[in-house]
Design a binder for this molecule. Sequence first.
Ligand SMILES: N[C@@H](CCC(=O)N[C@@H](CS)C(=O)NCC(=O)O)C(=O)O
Length: 191
Amino acid sequence: MITLYDADRCPYCARTRIALAEKGVEYETVVIDLDDRPSWIYEKNPLGRVPVLEDEAFLLPESAVINEYLEERYPEPALWPADAAERAFGRLLVFRFDQLAKPYYALRREEAGARDRLDAELAKLNAALEAQPYLSGRAYGLADIAYVPWLLRARDRMGVQLEAFAALSAWVERLSERPAIAAELDVVAAL
Ligand SMILES: N[C@@H](CCC(=O)N[C@@H](CS)C(=O)NCC(=O)O)C(=O)O
């Protein structure tokens, strides 16, 4: 049985929750209180962060790596495109995720200029989605899953209007029709 050390408010955990749901994997959740983390979490991940996936005796932190593991362990349904170039481009987006994360967390800290920097990153995503329906190309997958938790939280928790970014907004709506993303919307609504 798989165990996920998890926190509802954590968008990195959301990446893994969504991938597990898409693949229909049954798992147990151990909820970690991020404001009062148990000391034993450092035995699961020396950095003390969630998510951590436990598969029998195998412990794995880092959402992007966990999702790659899930993709290999549960190949169906595939969450990376069949096309090698699209797959590589998707991985590049995940690798460069901090370009979005930095202004997002700066805005959370109410840093001056953060909103403009976030909007600039949203505009880049919007431009990519004007050219193709999903972040890595023609198919929904791990690149979309890597980004959408922040978009949901920015829109629903931080009042960031996405309407100005029509393709990005349509992408969020398209993704929200998927049960795995709809479940995450419920999580965000309950925060
Ligand atoms: N790079 C990690 C980031 C995980 C992360 O930062 N999780 C946050 C919660 S959203 C956390 O556990 N923070 C506690 C800390 O940084 O000490 C991943 O992708 O899994």
